[in-house]
Design a protein around this ligand. Structure first.
Ligand code: SAH
Length: 219
């Protein structure tokens, strides 16, 4: 990645340090994750009109009825994925503007990210290019089916909530692989961590979260 300090100007490092302090207070401890959150210029990923709010710990609108995820949730989900050890190949479902993918790009070897809204694919690719990030591939496809041609994955992170866990995502996990996914109806979802083991799939219910719904088909 290019120096992610470039083009900041309007946002001071202090603002981001304050955001990272909040994320730590929320319980995220992984230093690699916290370091990336400290450096990642989130204002690049939102509309200029919202850039003064880019370092608030909230989701913000990105158009097309979608949002950029809350920084705390991005950090928490990244930490959960990484707890299994080093990750080579990771799939993200729901690229949106590309913020979570950019964070993951600094933590794993290769990120594949899929998005069903075509306009957002282009927007995310532009943001990633602007930051000189080269290890993220964004595809325009329905992520309910995972990304068969690139499977298996050491980790899968889902940034939109289905009512039930899609079987195809579980099937595309490598042995020992981890799936972090919000599941449930709009507004009250459980964040699940599903691990593929020799004995089958282990499931842990973690936090309450609120994501946009995982929709079928492409837009
Ligand atoms: N990862 C983003 C969050 C984006 S919000 C971030 O870093 O901020 C979730 C995204 O999931 C939306 O852009 C939405 O269009 C997308 N989405 C919803 N259902 C999908 C599906 N079936 N396949 C791929 N993307 C989907």
């Amino acid at each position: 990645m290019k120096s992610i300090h470039q083009g900041i100007g309007m946002t001071s490092q202090r603002t981001r340090d304050r955001l990272v302090k909040r994320i730590m207070e929320g319980g995220v401890e992984n230093h690699r994750v916290l370091d990336v959150m400290r450096l990642m210029p989130r204002h690049i990923f939102v509309d200029e009109a919202l850039s003064s709010r880019a370092y608030e710990d909230t989701a913000l609108p990105i158009g097309y009825g979608q949002t950029i995820s809350q920084p705390y949730v991005v950090a928490r989900m990244s930490e959960l994925l990484l707890q299994g050890g080093e990750l080579k190949r990771v799939l993200e479902v729901g690229t949106g503007c590309g913020y979570q993918a950019a964070v993951l790009s600094q933590l794993v070897d290769q990120v594949y990210s899929v998005e069903r809204i075509k306009a957002l694919v282009g927007i995310a690719q532009r943001h990633l290019r602007e930051l000189g990030i080269r290890n993220v591939r964004v595809s325009h496809t329905d992520g309910v089916w995972g990304l068969e041609e690139r499977a298996p994955f050491d980790g899968i992170l889902v940034a939109a909530a289905p009512e039930v866990v899609p079987e195809s995502l579980k099937e595309q996990l490598a042995m020992g692989g981890r799936l972090v996914i919000p599941v449930g109806p709009p507004g009250r979802q459980d964040l699940l961590l599903i691990t593929r083991t020799e004995e089958g799939f282990q499931q842990q219910v973690l936090d309450y979260v609120s994501f946009v719904p995982l929709l079928g088909g492409v837009g």
